[in-house]
Each structure stands twice: as C-alpha cells, then as structure tokens.
Design a protein around this ligand. Structure first.
Ligand SMILES: [Zn+2]
Length: 499
C-alpha cells in the first residue's frame, strides 16, 4: 500500500505533467499571495458587506471588495482591511454602467450620469471627425470614463465643407457623394480608427443623400478594423417602402456582405409600433451567426434637431404623428404648423412623442436589447430626460415597479453586454462591465428598493435617486448619494492606436 506522502508526490508529478512546471509554480504563488493578502494587506478602498451582483460569473451574494491601484484586487466573504471602507450593507454592488450612446459629453452631463450610475459614457452614434482632438479635450478633466466613434455624419459634413454643427443639413445631408468625396470619407474614417476610435457611427436618417453603395463602403472600412458600426437606421417609418424594417434590412445586408459587426441604436424610435418585428430580425440574424446587437432607452419620446432631414416633407405620415406631438426643447411648447416653420429655419432641439409605451416596455424587457441613454447636450429647459434618468428608470420603474425583467438581466444589459460589444476592437473593455479580480474598479452601489429616475419631460434636470456610491477607477465620485467635488478619475476608453 502506498504511503500518503508517496500518493501526494504522485499527484504532484501528474500535475506537473499536465500543467508544466512553471505554470504550477505560478498557481502556488498566486494562491499563497491571495490568502496572505486578506490578513496583512491594506487595500486602498474596501466596499464592505454589499450584495455583489456580477452578470458574467452569475455571482449574487454578500461579499467584500478590495480595490487598489484602480483595479479590483479581491472579492471575499471574509473581512478586508481598507484605507477607506464604504459600508454597503443592504445595497447592490454592480459593475458601473456603460452607456454606448450619450451625445452630451460635457462635465454637467457627466454629473447627471454619475447620479444615474454611469461610469463610462460613450458617444458612438454621431461620433466625431476628429478622434485625437476629442480625446485630448477631456484628458485629465473627466469625472467618468469617456470614448467616441469616428462618425460618418461629421466626416461627411467635413468633406462637404458644411458649417460645424451637431447634425447635417443642406448638401452634406441631401446630396450623393462623388467618387472623389467617397475616397476622402474613407480616408478620414481610416484616420479615425488609427487614432483609436471605439467604433464607427452612422445616422443614415440624417444623410438621406448617402447612397446604399456609400453605406456599404463605410461598412467595409469598419470591417477592416474589426470595429462595430453603430447605426441610426435610414428610416423610422410605419409606411412601406420607408419602414424601420426595410432600413434594418439595408444594414443587415451591409454587415453580412462586409463582415463588419452591426449595432442598431435606439431600436424603439426606429421601429415605433413595429419594434417587436425589428427585435425579431436582430434575434434571427444573431441566431444565424451575424454579429449584430441593439439598444434602447426606456422612454416614449425621441429627441433630435428640428432642422435635420428627419423633418423633411412627409415626416407626419412616416412617423404617424403631427405638430402637437413635437415639443420645442427650449420652452416645452407643442408645435403648430406656424411655429414648426419658424423653429425649423432657426434650428434647435425638439422632443418627439412618438414611441408607444408597449414598444418601450418590450425592448427594455428583452434580454438581447442593451440599455443606452441617447442623452442630449443640456441645451434648453425642456431637454429630453433620458440622459439624466435612463438607468435608474430601468432599475426602479421597469425592474422593481413593473417587474418587466429581473435585476440581474437588467444589469447585464447595462454592463457586460456593452463591454462585450466593444471588446473585440477595444480590448480595454475586457476589464470593464464585470466585478472580477483584475477588472477596472468602475463600480455602482445602489439601493434596489429606492432607486428611481426623477428627471421628467417637465422637470428634466433632476438627479436620479437611490445611487449611493459610484467608483471610477477606484476613486469615489459619489458618496452617500452626494457628488464628490474636485475629483477627475475618468480615463479615455479607446481602441489601440495605429493598428
Ligand atoms: Zn439617433
């Protein structure tokens, strides 16, 4: 009969054969360090006794989290020592929310987003024509993490020499590009990728002059970089042949033919009452192997520029609405035929009440549809509330009050899924959207019984309630629901340069 020691030796030999000697030594060393760390080591920050929920591992239990150097270093059932300890008993500790779609990228927007649990705010639909400049502007001055796409609309505006503005008008919106202009656009999009753009943004509804061929060419560029294309579809209509579904077919075909991953933005404002049909198309495409994803915001109104091509003649019939459904954001007044003409010439943001509640609810509840705010620059007293309240509205209204979906599914749609959307092209996102040792310490701590959006169409500039602590790269930016002044721990979320 073999002795215990001999048996143990035999096991070690077998393990060495399987793992290789250096791998085993590594495992032993890491194991030792981890158990040792708990007794002796002091972490920069400890989040104690919270209900830790991680959509990737499925962990849902009371744990302590140790953070040092901006990273999660320990997730433990036993006590941890911290230079600063935050008590999270009775609170949910989740990965910080990643917003794939936020047009407001100013300090004030970041404050509202922090109160809504967002730790990474990305402008991926419109994007920019100057990726390097966009990142440089925010370096070292940002409350939360930030990132941008190379945008087809701003690139097109640049090539057409349009005046700098949020959205295209005139020729840059309505004229087809010459082959020379198409070459220039391709070169500018490539430059954006070399400068670390996270994705390619596209809003075909705003550039009706862009031919189907131009769209395919723009997908080809993204495919060369393995980057996703985030598209506002060509139509948001109810009437054939300009339906949201027809517009979805255009980009599904472009994705299939070029190999570029596709992300359809705000599927509810594209599909309107046919939203379930659009989601079914995305679902079917996924099941047949296409890399396609989508997102929604939890509201029954859209918002955009009144001067844009969205309001070209025929908009009432297309969207199934009329003047009174359109609200001028500066004052909140509902439009008439007269004020429509006047404000369209002037240009400015409107809120468009056009999405049926059933469509919003269907998309929010669907596990394949991510949550993204589509938040707007804070111009006007009656700006859309979505940039301020999207995440708390999903967690408070749709999860707690309506029970339209469970909490873990909702968190997955706000954290893991957006990170996975970007991580192939931007590997930094492997370490975001997760509560995992080694991940970035972007963490949102909230009271699931109390969380709720306060921003409304009447009073849009209200902080959400129930978010208690928010950490960005290990630094607290919200403590006990109150904003911490003078800290700027946000870092660029960016793809590798010049690859
Ligand atoms: Zn859009």
């Amino acid at each position: 009969m073999a002795s215990v020691a001999a048996l143990r030796n035999a096991r070690v030999v077998a393990l060495l054969v399987v793992l290789g000697a250096s791998a085993l030594v590594h495992v032993v060393r890491v194991g030792f360090a981890a158990s040792h760390a708990r007794q002796d080591q002091q972490f920069d920050v400890v989040i104690a006794n919270g209900r830790v929920m991680d959509p990737e591992s499925g962990l849902d239990g009371v744990r302590n989290i140790g953070i040092s150097g901006g990273k999660i270093r320990a997730i433990a059932a036993d006590r941890l020592q911290g230079k600063a300890t935050y008590e999270a008993k009775g609170l949910v500790v989740a990965p910080g929310f990643i917003d794939l779609h936020e047009h407001g990228q100013e300090p004030k927007n970041y404050q509202f987003q922090a109160h809504d649990g967002v730790t990474t705010s990305l402008e991926l639909e419109l994007g920019t024509a100057d990726v390097a400049g966009w990142y440089a502007q925010r370096e070292g001055k940002s409350l939360i993490n930030y990132g941008v796409s190379i945008g087809h609309i701003p690139v097109r505006m640049k090539v057409f020499h349009a005046a700098a503005d949020l959205l295209a008008t005139g020729d840059s919106a309505h004229s087809p590009a010459t082959s020379e202009q198409l070459k220039q656009m391709t070169a500018l999009v490539e430059q954006g990728f070399r400068e670390g753009a996270l994705a390619e943004g596209m809003g075909i509804n705003y550039t009706p002059g862009a031919t189907h061929q131009e769209i395919v060419e723009m997908f080809r560029v993204a495919a060369r970089y393995g980057a996703s294309v985030h598209v506002h579809l060509r139509y948001a209509g109810l009437k054939e042949p300009t339906t949201g579904l027809a517009a979805l077919e255009e980009v599904l075909a472009a994705a299939a033919a070029t190999g570029a991953p596709l992300h359809v933005v705000h599927i509810t404002s594209m599909g309107l009452r046919f939203t379930p049909d659009l989601i079914a198309m995305v679902d079917g495409a996924q099941k047949h192997g296409l890399d396609v994803t989508t997102e929604c915001y939890p509201y029954t109104a859209g918002s955009t520029g009144l001067e844009s091509a969205i309001f070209d003649p025929g908009w009432q019939e297309n969207m199934g609405i009329t003047y009174k459904d359109v609200q001028w954001a500066a004052t909140g007044e509902r439009l008439t035929a007269e004020t429509f003409e006047k404000y369209r010439k002037q240009g400015g943001i409107v809120v468009i009440h056009m999405i049926p509640e059933e469509a919003a609810r269907t998309a929010v509840a669907n596990p394949i549809v991510m949550i993204a705010s589509d938040g707007m620059p804070l111009t006007g007293a009656k700006v859309h509330p979505r940039g301020q309240g999207t995440y708390s509205r999903v967690l408070g209204h749709y999860v707690r009050e309506e029970k339209a979906l469970d909490l873990m599914t909702a968190l997955r749609k706000m954290t893991l899924m957006p990170a996975q959307r970007l991580e192939k092209h931007a590997p930094a996102f492997h370490d975001k959207g997760r509560i995992r040792v080694g991940a970035d310490a972007d963490i949102t701590v909230f009271d699931s019984e109390r969380i709720i959006d306060k921003a409304t169409f009447d009073e849009p500039l209200q902080y959400s309630e129930g978010i208690q602590f928010v950490f960005v790269n290990g630094t607290a930016i919200l403590k006990d629901g109150k904003f911490v002044d003078g800290v700027f721990p946000g870092r660029p979320a960016r793809a590798p340069l010049a690859h």
